[in-house]
Ligand binder design. Structure first.
Ligand code: AMP
Ligand code: GLY
Length: 411
């Protein structure tokens, strides 16, 4: 089987790596890929990673197309590719991520637990005042992580609202939900689903969940501090009704449905849905997959999810993101990365480029360093050991990925 992966992040490097390990896969192409996927190709580690033409043009040469990021899905790439199975939802189904108001409406219609919300009318600050604090303000559409603000006080909330009003008139308020977060992802074929091991993403830039939101500074999986029946509950109370709702709306969901949850005292509640794999959750979920990922994704794309291809390992995984100094604000690029060849573990590249034989920094989140262990403490310690073996100018990372047990002694 020849597979085309669309995208250029750490998630897509991980997808290409995992797919190339599936039996029967003879080629994985990545469009456009990044320094990491090109480096893999040049090292001969994966079967084939090539710089490709536009995905739409290239798709015909492949047996399966796997779309990584949300933007091309929301723009209808899966609808436009004809004659080749696509693992990824139609634009209509991708609305579950593209419009938070659509997602809320769907959840309310199908009784899925989520935060109470209110649609804000442009300029009507009095509605915001009446809602009270703490409050969460959200841009309805895709905003690359910048469209959500969580506020204790009214004044900064009003400023954020005024700022959002400049670019959109679709804004919603949400009640603040307390509790730890959990990412639950599942493979879907339009009707049926299979849950993946739960993951936790560390979204804030600094230790103890302080500082600005980022694309994700690290992740762990499987998450163990959850009740035994929680995953089953999420399947029954969240995933099942949402898949039914999407199908009833004429938009059956094929691909990865990602539920971002808060584990509140009243049970799990949905913060958001994504229509694709999470980044960096993918970097700790896919290394656990020991079945045939290519066949599984093909079965989903062909509307007949085949669970026989699923097998999960029993190790724990932690990823620590190495970012450029200044991220998520402005940062410099082009610094040589040292230690990739000789480090003792798995490293997925995100914001990198190849310059001659060198891998150089080319983005905010540069690398996702992945550690494995018998438990999360060992996985975290191993991840930080690999981190200490890699250097580039201005490299920054959080030192508490994996929880309090790691915050004592990491470099
Ligand atoms: P979202 O893009 O909707 O997942 O929001 C980004 C982040 O904002 C989430 O990961 C949460 O940390 C936080 N957040 C969003 N909505 C809420 C909410 N209703 N209550 C508490 N925190 C929230
Ligand atoms: N890690 C969060 C996301 O992929 O949206």
């Amino acid at each position: 089987m020849k597979i085309l992966v669309v995208g250029s992040g750490g998630r897509e490097h991980a997808l290409a790596w995992a797919l190339s390990r599936s039996e029967g896969v003879v080629e994985v192409g990545v469009a456009p890929g990044n320094g990491g996927t090109r480096w893999e190709a040049s090292e001969g580690r994966c079967r084939c990673f090539c710089e490709l033409r536009e995905p739409l043009e290239a798709a015909g040469d492949y047996d399966l197309v796997v779309v990584g990021p949300e933007a091309p899905l929301v723009e209808g790439l899966a609808d436009k590719i004809q004659g080749v199975p696509v693992f990824g939802p139609s634009a209509r189904a991708a609305r579950i991520e593209a419009s938070k108001l659509y997602a809320k409406d769907l959840m309310n219609r199908y009784g899925v637990p989520t935060a109470r919300h209110k649609v804000l009318v442009k300029g009507r600050t009095e509605d915001l005042e009446a809602f009270g604090t703490p409050v969460v303000i959200k841009d309805d559409g895709l905003a690359a992580g910048k469209g959500v603000g969580v506020f204790e006080d009214l004044e900064p909330a009003c400023e954020f609202f005024a700022e959002l009003c400049r670019s959109t008139d679709r804004i919603l308020l949400e009640e603040f939900l307390p509790g730890p977060e959990l990412s639950v992802l599942c493979f879907c074929d339009g009707e049926n689903f299979a849950l993946m091991p739960p993951a936790r993403d560390y979204k804030r830039r600094f230790e103890n969940d302080e500082g600005p939101n980022t694309g994700g500074m690290g992740a762990i999986s499987p998450v163990v501090d959850i009740e035994d029946d929680l995953l089953e509950r999420v399947g029954e109370e969240v995933i099942k009704p949402v898949l039914k709702g999407l199908a009833d709306d004429g938009a059956p969901f094929v691909g990865v449905l990602y539920a971002g949850l808060k584990l509140t005292p009243d049970g799990p509640k949905v913060l958001e849905f994504n229509c694709r794999f999470g980044d960096p959750e993918t970097q700790v979920i896919l290394p656990q997959f020991e079945g045939n990922l290519a066949q599984l994704m093909l079965s989903c794309a062909q509307r007949s999810l085949n669970e026989e291809h699923i097998r999960w390992g029993n190790k724990s995984w932690t990823t620590v993101v190495l970012a450029s100094e200044g991220y998520p604000g402005a940062y410099q690029k082009g610094f040589k990365i040292r230690g990739l060849d000789s480090c003792s573990g798995l490293v997925f590249q995100a914001g990198t480029a190849l310059k001659g034989d060198d891998v150089v920094t080319n983005g905010g989140r540069v690398l996702a360093v992945v550690g494995c262990g018998e438990d999360l403490a060992e996985a975290g310690a191993n991840a930080y050991e690999i981190v200490s073996q890699i250097q580039f100018q201005g490299a920054c990372h959080r030192k508490d990925i994996g929880g309090a047990m790691l915050s004592r002694s990491v470099p």
